[in-house]
Write a protein that binds this ligand. Structure first.
Ligand code: 3HC
Ligand code: NAI
Length: 638
């Protein structure tokens, strides 16, 4: 099938792109566009070209698999042909108009979009910048401040926002094709127009802010520099500089890493999507326990459109859970992530399991205590219909043991959400020894419904993510014993690109769940295994993290401050372990952390707990703050 088809009718050339799945600008499509542009140039009767796409979206960008090894014809040359055409080209947009797709639309002479279209330049999320005139054309259409936000942030904007800023000329009210045909085209070529409102930009301040925000990612800074070129150089020179930057970045380690994560995320959970069994219907979902996680899971489900029946221990706890969910929805609404608060009307709370009878899926998020969970599953087994899927959000407990408390363990699995559950994208799907296809298909459907990235994990202590985190957390404590301090380890991790260091994270999520897990393991821990007691001593001293006002840091002033009591405990434990304290450089700290992550990752793979090294990277990047532009620990291991 040809990716481009051309039909002429009454002086209008209709150019249709059809290159599934997302009309990416691969070599055959670029060649098809070039050939069509050349043919149209030789047709004196054509007065206008309407460019549109078949399928779910307009062009969603360059073909990411071709980045770093471009093939002729190059996109900037094809776009120059279009922009230089003597007859106007009208871009009729729908779906997601991204990257090279938006550059193509901007090379046309006018743009009309179907309602609901989203437009963006997400190149920075792939470690590159727009490479076909995007940074030069965009600020000639929209004010420079909007161009900076779009190009350095990479987030798409709505059709309404695009219209307001000048990126498109119209939103279609009816038939997109017919209205595109009637669009007038502007008189002056875009590149002859001046850049809009660049005088007000403080480039230095923009750079400082971006440098802080991008945590070592180089593309956003390059994108800003390219926009500055647009403001300060003639358009053609700025285009040439943009192309140089693009070509350099497209072969960079960061871009390779980001492309790896892009495809790894799309491959993750593929096995769940391929299951033939029918998933449970997700219109009504039960949640048991409305604490931190249960409330977040309920909020995620409500935001996605499900009705939720939330069961707590008693009426008072149910009321508290209701308030928690309402607060989460209100915060999401405030952040513009939820249109209105009517979602709350789909929540019912109570303490009677009978309310769950019509829920094909129930997710348990009660205390991390096997006995409490066992009782919950025994009750569920008694009241739920035989085909209902039962899930646990446990962090560490044995899903197989829990499954065996029910008559049909094939309907039990783990659904390990991350906090805050209505925000975090990762969902570890824990496949137990007995878990059946319907339960797994339901997990896949749930991930799609909630727009989360599912990664399948086997049963073990901590599944993929917590197990790797525990391994390096243990080693970090050894480093504390050997001479490092928590604030130094956090600084090294943040310098590497983590949003937060391991100690700041522990304080935020609370030290108690991992403490309980260590206590549960104590009986089976080999006597000769190295064990640092520092975290236990902090917990024993009531330093359970932010919620207690102190953990690895002190929070009396409202921000994390290193605490002499912690340094004292560390010094005592160094002495008890007979260690002579020594200096650690940030690089040595990161080497240790990465090598422990990689070693644990290899063991997890050998045991079959993770299906692939890519899955491990997805877990660490989407759930544990591993810097995306580094690709994940297994990617770095090569
Ligand atoms: N190149 C190659 N393949 C792509 C692609 C692209 N730009 N965009 C998506 N795909 C593939 C995916 O890998 C997936 O393949 P699979 O089915 O084999 O897994 C398939 O298309 C569908 O993608 P999604 O599962 O992501 O589908 P969604 O409907 O959820 O999302 C989307 C669609 C919003 C278009 C999303 O795929 C997306 O964001 N794609 C990337 C867009 C992008 O980054 N474009 C910029 C590219 S760089 C560029 O244009 C440089 C230019 O300046 C020169
Ligand atoms: P939490 O203590 O905030 O909430 C637990 C809730 O369960 C409380 O509201 C409690 O009243 C309720 N509950 C206890 N027994 C119950 C019962 N028999 N019936 C109904 N409700 C009952 O705990 P949190 O943090 O929400 O953790 C819940 C589960 O999620 C645990 O298994 C935990 O390991 C897991 N988890 C926690 C994460 C976190 O970051 N906090 C992350 C991922 C998983």
């Amino acid at each position: 099938m040809q990716p481009v088809s051309l039909t002429i009718s009454e002086g209008i050339a209709h150019l249709r792109i059809d290159n599934p799945p997302v009309n990416a600008l691969n070599q055959p499509l670029r060649a098809g566009l070039r050939d069509a542009a050349l043919r149209i140039a030789g047709m004196p009767d054509v007065q206008k070209v309407v460019l549109s796409c078949a399928g779910r979206t307009f062009v969603a960008g360059a073909d990411i698999r071709e980045l770093g090894a471009p093939l002729e014809p190059y996109l900037p040359d094809v776009l120059d042909l279009i922009a230089g055409s003597s007859v106007p080209w009208i871009a009729a947009l729908h779906g997601t108009v991204l990257g090279g797709g938006l550059e193509l639309a901007m090379a046309c002479h006018a743009r009309i979009a179907a309602p609901g279209t989203r437009l963006g330049l997400p190149e920075v999320s792939l470690g590159i910048i727009p490479g076909s005139g995007g940074t030069v054309r965009l600020p000639r259409l929209v004010p420079m401040s909007d161009a900076i936000a779009m190009v350095t942030g990479g987030k798409p904007v709505s059709a309404e926002a695009a219209l307001a800023m000048g990126l498109i000329d119209r939103i279609a009210s009816g038939d997109l094709q017919a209205e595109a045909q009637d669009m007038p085209a502007p008189a002056a070529p875009l590149l002859d127009r001046p850049v809009r409102e660049a005088g007000a930009i403080d480039w230095h301040a923009q750079e400082q802010t971006l440098r802080r925000k991008s945590r070592g990612a180089e593309a956003p800074l390059e994108a800003l520099a390219a926009l500055r070129d647009s403001a300060e150089l003639p358009a053609r020179d700025a285009m040439a500089r943009e192309r140089e930057r693009f070509l350099r970045l497209s072969v960079s380690d960061q871009s390779r890493a980001l492309r790896h994560v892009f495809f790894a995320e799309r491959d993750a959970g593929r096995s769940l999507r391929d299951i033939e069994a029918a998933p449970a219907d997700l219109a009504r979902v039960g949640v048991i326990g409305g604490g931190t996680m249960g409330a977040g899971i309920a909020a995620a489900l409500l935001i996605a459109g499900s009705s939720v029946r939330l069961i707590e221990r008693d009426a008072q706890a149910a009321d508290m859970a209701q308030t928690r969910v309402a607060d989460l929805l209100a915060a999401s609404h405030k952040r513009g992530l939820l249109r209105d608060l009517s979602a709350l009307e789909r929540l019912t709370t109570g303490s009677d399991y009978a309310a769950l009878a019509d829920c094909p899926l129930v997710i348990e998020a009660v205390f991390e205590d096997m006995e409490v969970k066992r009782q919950v599953f025994t009750r569920l087994d008694a009241v739920m219909p035989a085909d209902a899927v039962l899930a646990t959000n446990t962090s560490y407990l044995d899903v197989d043991t829990l499954a065996l408390t029910t008559r049909d363990p094939s309907r039990v699995l783990g659904l390990h959400f991350f906090s805050p559950a209505h925000v975090m994208k990762l969902l570890e799907v824990v496949r137990g020894a007995h878990t059946g296809p319907r339960a797994l298909a339901t997990a896949g459907a749930l991930a799609r419904h909630l727009r989360k990235t599912a990664v399948v994990a086997g049963v073990c202590d901590g599944f993929i993510g917590n197990r790797i985190m525990n391994a390096y957390r243990t080693d970090c404590e050894f480093m504390l014993e050997e001479g490092a301090l928590p604030e130094q380890i956090d600084r090294a991790m943040e310098g590497f690109g983590f949003a937060m260091g391991i100690y700041a994270v522990q304080d935020m999520s609370g030290l108690d769940i991992a403490w309980a897990a260590r206590k549960a393991r104590a009986a089976t821990r080999p006597a000769d295994e190295r064990y640092a007691h520092i975290a236990d001593r902090l917990c024993e001293a009531g330093r359970l993290g932010r919620k207690a006002g102190r953990g690895w840091y002190d929070y009396a002033t409202g921000t994390a401050q290193p605490d002499p009591q912690v340094a004292q405990i560390i010094a005592e434990e160094s002495a008890r372990a007979g260690r002579t304290r020594r200096e650690f450089s940030d690089a040595q700290i990161m080497d240790r952390i990465l090598s422990v992550m990689q070693a644990e990752g290899r063991t997890i793979l050998a045991e079959g707990v993770a299906d692939s090294a890519e899955d491990i990277d997805v877990v660490m990047v989407t759930g544990y703050g591993f810097p995306r532009h580094k690709g994940g620990p297994m990617f770095l291991a090569g």
